[in-house]
Structures are given as structure tokens and as C-alpha cells.
Design a protein around this ligand. Structure first.
Ligand SMILES: Cc1cc2nc3c(=O)[nH]c(=O)nc-3n(C[C@H](O)[C@H](O)[C@H](O)COP(=O)(O)OP(=O)(O)OC[C@H]3O[C@@H](n4cnc5c(N)ncnc54)[C@H](O)[C@@H]3O)c2cc1C
Length: 405
């Protein structure tokens, strides 16, 4: 069996590693010409780390990421709501990693090249179309200079992200992604450690939110951590067409962020204005997702990762769900020689679960706990338990975890 994967992001690379381990011939075709370390922070949750561990990647994850010990939910102005132990500290078998997305991507790419061979990731190949030919799929690509090429395999996997060409082939009228009206500004810079250097903070709800988590340590800087920060501000109504700048690499300025953050967001752990001013390279991104699809698999073609279920980045689940897709798809393909049945079984397993997560994330995911408390006590509180019981708070984050695992 041979598999063509369109898109060499976290979904496509992880799938290639799993298929290779299962003895299935795989080639990745990636639109970009070179792979820079793009993006800022990302979290990989324990259920996805378990799958990377099965691929023998834990040592490498420890080299590039931080094992997250706890997550503290706060109001936008810094009052504690709930502390949640994470990963090993929550008694789970695997840690949660907070990590630079570019370094995670580079690590997976290096592994694919080492294990599958350097020719199995072909860059500068944007999938433009495909057609079924008997028991095979023929994919067509274009390079930046306009050169056209083709490749044929038994199946084609669309791992080509939120603007997926494979998805658009089956849903040509879907249009642009759905925008929540929230703009996210993101960056990372070295700051003095707080909370042991492995604490994540989510402060604020759907309208104003600050997210902080360390993504790297350096033995030469023992008192500091590379701090990933995200400032989310709702600037438009839910469902407004997204700004055209719908990519991860649009640069923003310090003023763009401070104009919206100053006075609305504050935590005691660090000075937000100082953090933003010290950051080299701030990125702006509209928070988008898409409605869930009635079907991912069409015969010998299916979708995975953001191509299948782009979701708001609340609950830290985008990359983790992509990794779980890869495991499920690999398992189904190894169970039967009927690839059409395998792709249908993958669809039946993963589509309902991820649709539920997309839906929950639209309502705030686990971070809904903050909106819940702020709605009950809009003027603040002395002790959160005067406002909500520990059981109520834990139920909100626990319900989300139960669905997304
Ligand atoms: C450049 C970039 C930076 C990101 N930064 C962050 C971040 O800082 N924090 C965060 O939480 N999430 C980030 N994300 C999103 C996050 O990586 C994904 O939500 C998650 O990992 C799921 O990955 P994916 O592989 O399904 O999709 P993606 O990560 O979007 O990967 C899709 C891949 O397909 C390629 N591609 C697209 N169209 C085609 C085509 N027609 N033919 C061939 N290849 C194609 C893209 O170049 C990309 O490499 C980023 C994504 C990208 C692409």
C-alpha cells in the first residue's frame, strides 16, 4: 500500500512516522519551499504525548519542551479561580508539554527524514487537484515557478491545514473560515521564572484573555524561561467575515497589542506591558474555525488535523487532536487491506469526537470556567468559593477533558 500525504505540518509528519512504523509506504508533499521554525507556543496534551512516546520521541520532547506542572485559571484582572495539576502531576501516565511549535515541527521533520529517508518529504509541492484512477489516486502539484508534477498512490490524505485544498475539492462552496471576532496577538520572550518555571496561566474569558506558558528553559539562564504569551481581544461580532490576513505569520506591532491590552488585562506574575515591549516578533491571527463536516472520507481520500476539524485554540487541543487522528487512521489501515473501509471506519470514529470539541471550544472549552465566574461576580470577589463551589468549577474543566481524551 502507498499513501500520499498533502501537507507536512504536525498532522502530516506524525501520520508519516506512524504509517512507516506500520510498514506502509508514505510520501509527504509540502507546499512550502523550506521549513522555517514558524509559529510560537503550542501544547501537546498527555493523550497525544502517549502516541509520540510510542514513536520513541519522549527524549526529544524533553530536549525541546517544558513539562507543564500546573494550569491556573484567573479572571482578566488576575484573581485566582482554579488551579489544575497537569500531566504527571495530575496522576496521568504522560506529561503535558508546552513547546515552541517551530521546534516541534522541526523535530518531527528530522525524524521523518531519518526514518523514512530524505526523499520522502517533497517540498515546494502545493497540491492543486487530484483524480481517482481505478484503484488509485493521482495527485497534481504545482511548484513556486509554475512547474507541474503528479504522484500516484493507493490513498490521499489531506493534511493541508485550515485552508485545505482536499477539503475544498469536496466542499467547494464552504468559503472562508468562521471568525469568532477575536484577534490573537502572540509572541515569546525570555523573562524571570514564576511558579517554578512550569506554570501555565489563563487569565480572562472570551472577550479579553491573556495566556502565558513557558516553552523552553536554558541551563545558561537558570532563573529565566522563554515565555509564550497570547493576548486575545474580541474586536468584532461572532461570525463576521475574517480579515484577509488569515495566516500565522502576519507581524504586528507593540502598539497594536498594548492599545487593546492596557487596562483590561493584568496578572501579578509579570508586567504585561514590559513583556510585550521586550518581544521580538509579534504575530497577529484571527481566531477561526469551521463548521463540522458531514463526511471526511470519500473512497480513497480523507482529511486529518486542521484540514478536517480546525478549532479555536482554547483547551490546547489542535495539535493533540491531529496526533490522535494520525493514530486512529494508522490503526484502521493496518487492520484491513480494504482501504476504503479503513478510511470510512476512521471517519466514523474521529469525526463525532472532534465535532464535539469544535463545538465545546466555540463556547470557551475549559476556559468557560472563567466566564462562568465572571458572570456570577461581575464586580469581582474576595474568595472564589463565595461565588462558585469547587465541584462546579471542576465539573466545567472535567467535562471538557472527558470529551477530548
Ligand atoms: C506556519 C504555522 C504556524 C503555526 N503556529 C501556531 C502557533 O504558534 N500556535 C498554535 O497553537 N498553533 C499554530 N499553528 C497551528 C497548529 O500547528 C495546528 O493547529 C495543528 O498543529 C494541526 O496541524 P496540521 O498539520 O493539521 O495543520 P497545519 O499546522 O496548518 O499544517 C498544514 C501544512 O500543510 C501545508 N499545506 C497547505 N496547503 C497545502 C497544499 N495545497 N499542498 C501541500 N501542502 C499544503 C502547510 O504549508 C502546512 O505545512 C501553526 C500552523 C502553521 C501552518
Amino acid at each position: 500500500m502507498s499513501v500520499l500525504i498533502a501537507g507536512g505540518g504536525i498532522a502530516g509528519l506524525t501520520l508519516a512516522l506512524m504509517l512507516h512504523e506500520a510498514g506502509i509506504k508514505t510520501r509527504i508533499f509540502e507546499k512550502s519551499r523550506a521549513s522555517g521554525e514558524l509559529g510560537v507556543g503550542i501544547n501537546v496534551l498527555p493523550h497525544a504525548v502517549a502516541e509520540l512516546d510510542r514513536l520513541g520521541l519522549t527524549v526529544r520532547l524533553d530536549e525541546i519542551g517544558v513539562r507543564t506542572r500546573q494550569l491556573i485559571y484567573k479572571t482578566a484582572t488576575g484573581h485566582d479561580i482554579l488551579m489544575q495539576p497537569r500531566g504527571l502531576w495530575a496522576g496521568l501516565a504522560h506529561p503535558q508539554y508546552s513547546i515552541h511549535r517551530g521546534r516541534l515541527h522541526r523535530m518531527l521533520l528530522d525524524c521523518v527524514r531519518e526514518r523514512l529517508g530524505p526523499d520522502h518529504v517533497v517540498t515546494d509541492r502545493a497540491l492543486v487537484d487530484f483524480r481517482k484512477t481505478g484503484d488509485a489516486v493521482c495527485a497534481q502539484f504545482v511548484s513556486h515557478d509554475g512547474a507541474r508534477s503528479e504522484a500516484t498512490g493507493d490513498i490521499l490524505i489531506g493534511a493541508d491545514g485550515i485552508h485545505s485544498r482536499v477539503r475544498a475539492h469536496y466542499h467547494p462552496d464552504e468559503g472562508h473560515p468562521r471568525w469568532s471576532g477575536v484577534v490573537m496577538w502572540r509572541g515569546a520572550t525570555w523573562v524571570p521564572r514564576f511558579g517554578g518555571g512550569d506554570t501555565m496561566i489563563v487569565a480572562g474569558g472570551m472577550d479579553y484573555k491573556l495566556v502565558l506558558y513557558p516553552i523552553a528553559h536554558d541551563p545558561a539562564r537558570p532563573d529565566e524561561a522563554l515565555m509564550n504569551w497570547v493576548v486575545n481581544v474580541k474586536v468584532a461580532e461572532d461570525g463576521t467575515p475574517p480579515p484577509s490576513r488569515n495566516d500565522w505569520s502576519r507581524q504586528a506591532t507593540v502598539q497594536d497589542v498594548l492599545e487593546h491590552a492596557r487596562g483590561n488585562l493584568a496578572v501579578t506574575e509579570l508586567n504585561l506591558e514590559d513583556l510585550v515591549r521586550r518581544t521580538d516578533g509579534i504575530y497577529e491571527y484571527p481566531m477561526c474555525d469551521r463548521d463540522s463536516l458531514p463526511c471526511w472520507s470519500h473512497g480513497r481520500v480523507t482529511l486529518i488535523g486542521d484540514a478536517a476539524h480546525p478549532m479555536y485554540p482554547v483547551g490546547s487541543n489542535g495539535a493533540s487532536q491531529a496526533i490522535l487522528d494520525a493514530r486512529c487512521l494508522t490503526d484502521r489501515l493496518t487492520e484491513t487491506s480494504d482501504v476504503v473501509a479503513a478510511l470510512a471506519a476512521y471517519d466514523a470514529t474521529r469525526r463525532p469526537v472532534t465535532a464535539e470539541i469544535v463545538h465545546m471550544n466555540r463556547n470557551g472549552g475549559p476556559e468557560r470556567v472563567i466566564d462562568f465566574v465572571q458572570a456570577r461576580a461581575p464586580n469581582g470577589f474576595a474568595d472564589v468559593h463565595d461565588v462558585a463551589s469547587p465541584e462546579e468549577l471542576r465539573a466545567i474543566v472535567g467535562d471538557y477533558r472527558a470529551v477530548s481524551h
